[in-house]
Write a protein that binds this ligand. Structure first.
Ligand code: AMP
Length: 134
């Protein structure tokens, strides 16, 4: 089912893109839990992880590792969570499978507890910082 992520994949709405491959795209979350909070999504329009063909799931994992390494390196080797909200009861709001790469600064609150928008220009700076580490 089409969602806002379909529009991002098709370039109809902007995003701070970290990387794009034949099968995936990664971009900064617009309402981050922490600086560098990144979403990694398959281009295939599926809602749940188990709906992805195995080859696409493996490719997604490869890209996720690449992106997660860059996110961590961009923030001096910061720790992070990889989170998949799979279904509404698990907190999934956008019905297109996506992994959150969620940096965890020391003392950070539990995932999705606190969010704050980037200040003007900050999202582009953070995106550049991560892309430099790919
Ligand atoms: P979930 O609750 O796991 O479905 O997470 C969906 C995520 O997508 C949330 O963290 C949102 O902040 C994020 N999001 C929604 N719209 C956009 C957008 N246009 N650009 C970037 N991130 C978005």
């Amino acid at each position: 089912m089409a969602s806002i992520f379909t529009k991002i994949i098709q370039g109809e709405i902007p995003c701070e893109k970290i990387i794009e491959t034949d099968s995936e795209i990664a971009f900064l979350d617009i309402m981050p839990c922490a600086e560098g909070h990144t979403l990694v999504i398959p281009k295939l329009e599926v809602k749940r992880l188990e709906d992805l063909p195995e080859s696409e799931a493996l490719s997604l994992m490869r890209t996720m590792q690449h992106v997660a390494k860059a996110v961590s390196a961009a923030f001096d080797g910061i720790d992070y969570n990889l989170i998949l909200n799979n279904g509404a009861n698990a907190g999934q709001e956008v019905e297109h499978v996506h992994f959150h790469v969620l940096p965890r600064p020391q003392g950070s609150s539990r995932p999705f507890h606190q969010r704050a928008k980037y200040a003007e220009g900050e999202m582009q700076e953070v995106g550049a910082k991560i892309r430099n580490c790919l």
